[in-house]
Write a protein of this length. Structure first.
Length: 365
């Protein structure tokens, strides 16, 4: 396994997963538009293969490619648990999106009971350095696309770079962004898997070019000023009393409302959605109802992967690193001066515009 992952020829992100263990986010002040830099990143790709989940992230990818006049292939999968379709809503939305854009959608079936029973999640987890039973399904899906449809590239949605507001923000040590933990835990495994499959991967395409990085973070400020909304640093958990006794409320870590505004400030044409789903919520609900255990899915599939994940990015060379170092990995992100300056502008924009927080509570299902 390579220790360094670089996104783009002139990278916007460099990820080091050796014992040194850091992420560098690099930016340049742009001389052109967001779309022009996306065009540069995709200039060597004649036909773009898009994994269309039905969510707003992959819709954004599709709209960008359509605006650029790219040839487009759309793919999605329908997941089952025995005889139950898990992601019917996602597939329906993907079909609506493809019809709305006059594009053909190829749908493949994945039977998750068989997938997990055959312990394929362990194979994809150990091989591509992660401990997520859900990511393992995604990698199986990409593997299937390569084997069955011979794709040589894939454009995935991902999450845009979003700032989080905090009252104590003062200087680089307090810079807060929305996806600090995902670089090693999610992004890197996708690129390891795709490289092994022989697929050129574009996940979180914003990091493939330093000008795109700058424009992406700058877009946070534009949305605050225009829409008078912002994301706050994850509010603390609180408790309340109910019929079942004292209950802990979940963190308000759903920032879909702001993310939606972020996308729409760059390009229009989205089919409306109020939230994001994946189908795994339904599987978790089925297993919980059958067992009476709320987190049965995690007990059956996630916990064993975590316990055996000695080769994941998260635990890479863990014998040489103490627990505190691993838990503090989100602070090992090195932002350049441009991004620090943009964050200061973001804080001031929130204060001056009297914007309101649009964080929402996030539930597993």
């Amino acid at each position: 396994m390579e220790n360094t992952l670089q996104l783009g020829k002139d990278p916007g992100c460099i990820l080091e997963i050796s014992e040194a263990y850091y992420v560098k986010i690099l930016s340049k002040k742009p001389k052109d538009s967001f779309l022009s830099y996306i065009s540069d990143v995709l200039k060597d790709i004649d036909t773009v293969n898009i994994s269309l989940s039905g969510g707003i992230d992959s819709q954004f990818s599709l709209l960008l490619c359509k605006e650029l006049g790219k040839n487009i292939n759309l793919f999605t999968y329908r997941s089952f648990w025995k005889d139950t379709i898990l992601n019917a809503e996602d597939v329906y939305l993907a079909e609506q999106i493809s019809d709305h854009n006059d594009l053909k959608l190829t749908v493949e079936d994945i039977e998750l009971h068989e997938f997990y029973s055959d312990r394929k999640h362990f194979d994809y987890g150990k091989k591509y350095f992660h401990d997520s039973p859900q990511l393992a399904v995604h990698f199986y899906w990409l593997d299937l696309l390569k084997q069955k449809h011979k794709i040589d590239n894939v454009l995935l949605g991902g999450d845009p770079p979003l700032f989080r507001y905090t009252e104590i923000a003062d200087g680089e040590s307090n810079l807060r962004a929305s996806n600090e933990n995902f670089f090693q835990d999610i992004l890197a495994p996708y690129y390891f898997a795709c490289k092994d499959f022989g697929i050129t991967c574009f996940r979180d395409i914003y990091y493939h070019c330093p000008e795109l990085v700058y424009l992406s973070y700058q877009n946070n400020i534009d949305v605050v000023k225009k829409e008078k909304i912002f994301i706050e640093n994850f509010p603390k958990i609180h408790r309340h009393s109910g019929l079942a006794g004292e209950i802990s409320a979940p963190y308000k870590i759903d920032y879909y409302v702001f993310k939606s505004a972020w996308y729409k400030n760059i390009i229009d044409g989205f089919l409306p959605q109020k939230s994001e789903t994946s189908g795994f919520e339904n599987l978790k609900k089925i297993l919980a109802c059958e067992s009476g255990v709320y987190n049965e899915y995690d007990i059956l599939f996630r916990k064993p992967m975590v316990e055996q994940a000695t080769n994941t990015v998260k635990y890479f060379q863990s014998v040489k690193r103490n627990r505190n170092q691993r838990l503090n990995r989100s602070r090992n992100i090195i932002y350049d001066k441009n991004i620090k300056d943009l964050y200061s502008q973001y804080i001031q924009a929130v204060k001056k515009s009297k914007a309101k927080s649009v964080n929402r509570y996030k539930f597993d299902f």
